[in-house]
Design a protein around this ligand. Structure first.
Ligand code: PLP
Length: 368
């Protein structure tokens, strides 16, 4: 039996067709018509004005902070329960991550803690953070209404890290449309992939135009190479954008399959004592990018799955527990710590067959 991966790429003939189209047209580099089309199509899918295709989600996070003017010495609020890229980007601009705990209902940033932090700063006369990065973890939207309300009240701009959530909704609105700037990732393990890539999207067309400028070494219009500010080499290639267009066409089916897999796991473990799940919050429809179960001790289960060539992974280790961020401020922490101690991500890729899901279910049941 072949190895079952957590979330492998799911590609087919359409990907091959568009990739060969890009290749045969000789638009290998730089940029090209597939990049322009991918940007338009993603912006339309999410319902925002414009989007810039970039080399990674991390590059998109970095540029979002640069574009909002976040700089040395600023504070940026970040959920502790996330992938390191979210908080790494804060340090690239010389700012300090201030970590906040998650809420149980979504496992995302706790709106009550955002309010506590911003209110406390206001009443102490301390500067507000330069931005808040809100993550839609594991393909599920954060509690957007209360978060946006409190951030607006205190005049703090919001960046949405929807790297894991393209295709999810909150109250009918698409993930990746809530921030002043919105980040997507198309790395190899996401619901859709360009092998590596990202997008920065938003409703402010001028900011997205500036994203393209900064991402192409901030080259000024002139026949020679003229630069009046520091830029980056962060654009996506035409070949990868061709792959992305084909993946985006198939995204609804990929999301539907991940939801079906999640439902199969839930049904299989409904009566199993001691197995819980990342909740599907009532305010939205997640993509179920990864199905995450909770157990008293996930380690022996993970090791048993590994012995059967099934990849499973602990939930994200919170940033406030990472040695590299040990000096950073943290508000709360018990929720993120418990999720890390008890969470286990199961294979969830959209190319899994029902038999694959049954193989995982059987292995988990044996180990339990
Ligand atoms: C929450 C989150 N933010 C940011 C990123 C970074 O994206 P990339 O790997 O495309 O740089 C990822 C994925 O890797 C992620 O899961």
């Amino acid at each position: 039996m072949s190895r079952l991966f957590l979330s492998p790429p799911d590609v087919g003939p359409r990907e091959r067709e568009l990739l060969l189209d890009a290749f045969d047209s000789n638009w290998i580099a730089p940029l090209g018509p597939h990049v322009d089309a991918f940007e338009r199509e993603l912006a339309a899918f999410v319902g925002v004005v414009d989007a810039a295709a970039l080399s990674s989600g991390t590059a998109a996070l970095h540029l979002a902070l640069v574009l909002l003017g976040v700089g040395a010495g600023d504070d940026v609020l970040v959920p502790s329960l996330t992938f390191a890229a979210t908080s790494n980007a804060v340090t690239y601009v010389g700012a300090h991550p201030v970590f906040l705990d998650s809420e149980w209902s979504t496992w995302n940033l706790d709106p009550a803690l955002v309010e506590e932090e911003l209110d406390a700063r206001a009443s102490a006369g301390r500067p507000q953070p330069a931005a808040v990065i809100v993550v839609d973890l594991y393909g599920q939207c954060a509690s957007w209404d209360p978060i946006l309300e409190v951030c607006q009240r205190h005049g703090v701009p919001v960046i949405e890290d929807a790297a894991e959530a393209l295709g999810a909704t909150y109250k009918g609105r698409a993930a990746g449309s809530f921030g002043a700037l919105n980040v997507f990732s198309f790395n190899g393990n996401k619901v859709m992939t360009t092998s590596g890539g990202g997008m920065l999207a938003g409703d402010d067309a001028a900011l997205i135009a500036r994203t393209r400028h900064l991402a192409t070494q901030a080259r000024d219009p002139a026949p020679h190479y003229e630069h009046s500010e520091i830029g980056f080499n962060y654009r996506m290639s035409n070949l990868l954008a061709a792959l992305g267009r084909a993946q985006l066409e198939g995204l609804p089916q990929k999301v539907a399959r991940r939801r079906a897999i999640n439902a199969q796991y839930r049904a299989a473990f409904a009566e199993a004592p001691g197995i819980g799940f990342l909740p599907n919050a009532p305010d939205g429809e997640p993509t179920n990018w990864l199905t995450v179960i909770t157990l008293d001790d996930p380690t022996p289960v993970r090791e048993h799955l590994e012995s059967l060539d099934i990849e499973a992974r602990p939930a994200w280790k919170p940033m406030h527990l990472q040695p590299v961020f040990a000096q950073c401020a943290m508000r709360g922490g018990a929720v993120a710590e418990e999720i890390f101690e008890r969470g286990l991500c199961l294979p969830s890729g959209s190319s899994m067959t029902d038999a694959d899901v049954a193989r995982v279910v059987e292995a988990v049941a044996e180990a339990c």
